[in-house]
Ligand binder design. Structure first.
Ligand SMILES: CC(=O)SCCNC(=O)CCNC(=O)[C@H](O)C(C)(C)COP(=O)(O)OP(=O)(O)OC[C@H]1O[C@@H](n2cnc3c(N)ncnc32)[C@H](O)[C@@H]1OP(=O)(O)O
Ligand SMILES: N[C@@H](CCO)C(=O)O
Length: 389
């Protein structure tokens, strides 16, 4: 085992403990996390049924009398329900779109009820491979293959619990953007508008190719134990760390890394003589940071769900499918994104019911620009929702 600086202990601390259940209650803390339990096993696209599903979610703002002011925000691969707000119990970091949600902000909590679930298959409160199965053991390798459409059907229970028949909008980037597309196409009566950021209409060979060494890295870790490591006291943190290093390079811009790090050695280290370049140290930091907060089996399940992303499946192809998107759909991408390049968003925009061009998020940060260029994302949200009262 490597003893690289920052490497976490080889175990993962497990899913969050249960909190309050149910839908909207006056007086609940803003941003507080709640859980919805599905009343029946979830019928998966594969034909299997998944029993005992619960979905964790957070809310900000209040529902109006007609309950038509709810906006669903969908997180990316390693995100969670904590879109906004300070770090606190269960949330070691501030919200990942802090600055977008609050009074007077683009997702104005004086006007909207903002709702963010943790995805099915994840590890931040919703049912995933690290959760307990009905036999009281972790699901582990028995957790079924899920699709992004399955995640949408599971989240319908959150809308039901909140009394929301139709989202005023669904908003998401990367995997969240894929899921925004799937929400609008799987449950079209329940989505009025959509903001789709930094994602493709279907996973491409290029995108799947980048995930292949990541999946191999996790599964090659001896602590993976075929996916059944949750009770062993060890977790495949080295494999997950390698996966994150590979993924993180795809998430950032080459110009950005050159500018930030250049050929600089990490302080006090000598590259080539056992030491690292600063950029290598940066990737090590990203690796261990994720390994501390994310379950490797969730990473595998969700990566495979993204690889299966194809809005055209069973819908007569992607062009036919996109014709059923809401008329009020905005698509945007990051100009330096080499993982999900702007051409992929142009492809979506071209085939919408009201065809147009993709909006551009100008950012040096590559794919992660959709997380970091909060002001620009705020402009797009205002463009989508500005006329709603
Ligand atoms: C629950 C949570 O922890 S977050 C959950 C929600 N997260 C998400 O939804 C998305 C996942 N998050 C991400 O992808 C990323 O965190 C992003 C994109 C939001 C972060 O992007 P940025 O703000 O640009 O961070 P950046 O890539 O510059 O990394 C900064 C980190 O690298 C560290 N760093 C910078 N240079 C070096 C170096 N040479 N060696 C080691 N570490 C370095 C910084 O100290 C900083 O550490 P910290 O994050 O622990 O404070
Ligand atoms: N940095 C993002 C990229 C995936 O879109 C994440 O980890 O979720």
């Amino acid at each position: 085992m490597t003893s690289a600086p920052g490497r976490p202990a080889a175990r993962w601390s497990g899913p969050l403990r249960e909190g309050p259940a149910g839908g909207w209650r006056d007086g609940d803390p803003v941003g507080g996390r709640r859980w919805v339990h599905l009343p029946a096993p979830l019928e998966l696209e594969s034909g299997e049924a998944l029993p005992g599903v619960r979905i964790a979610y957070q809310t900000w703002g209040r529902p109006n009398a007609r309950r038509d002011n709810a906006v669903l925000v969908l997180h990316a691969l390693t995100g969670d329900s904590h879109v906004a707000g300070p770090a606190g119990p269960g949330h070691p970091e501030p919200g990942w779109w802090d600055g977008l949600v609050g009074p007077g902000l683009a997702l104005d909590t004086d006007r909207f009820l903002v709702v963010a679930p943790n995805i099915l298959g994840g590890c931040q409160g919703s049912t995933g491979p690290s959760s307990t199965a009905p036999d009281r053991r972790p699901w582990g390798s028995r957790f079924p293959h899920i699709t992004l459409r399955d995640t949408v059907r599971a989240e319908a229970a959150v809308a039901d619990a909140l009394g929301v028949e139709r989202w005023a909008a669904v908003v998401g980037g990367s995997m969240g953007g894929m899921r925004a597309l799937e929400w609008a196409l799987t449950l079209p009566d329940r989505v009025d508008r959509a903001l789709v950021l930094a994602c493709p209409v279907a996973a491409t060979a290029w995108q799947i190719a980048w995930t292949s060494p990541q999946l191999h890295a996790v599964r090659a870790d001896p602590d993976w134990s075929g996916g059944d490591y949750h009770l062993t006291g060890r977790a495949p943190v080295d494999g997950l760390g390698v996966a994150r290093r590979i993924a993180h390079v795809t998430y950032r811009g080459p110009g950005e890394l050159d500018t930030r790090f250049g050929r600089r050695p990490q302080d006090g280290e000598e590259p080539g003589r056992g030491g690292r370049f600063a950029v290598e140290s940066y990737l090590d930091h990203q690796a261990w940071k994720l390994a501390r907060r994310f379950d490797a089996a969730s990473y595998v399940v969700l990566t495979e769900a993204m690889n299966g992303h194809d809005v055209g499946r069973g819908r007569g192809g992607v062009e036919r499918a996109l014709k059923d998107m809401p008329e009020r759909t905005i698509v945007a991408g990051v100009d330096t994104d080499h993982l999900y390049p702007l051409a992929r968003q142009e492809e979506i925009a071209r085939h919408l019911p009201v065809p147009g061009r993709a909006r551009v998020i100008s950012s040096p940060h590559g794919h992660d620009g959709f997380l970091l260029a909060v002001d620009r994302v705020g402009e797009l949200v205002r463009e989508l929702l500005g006329d709603l009262r």
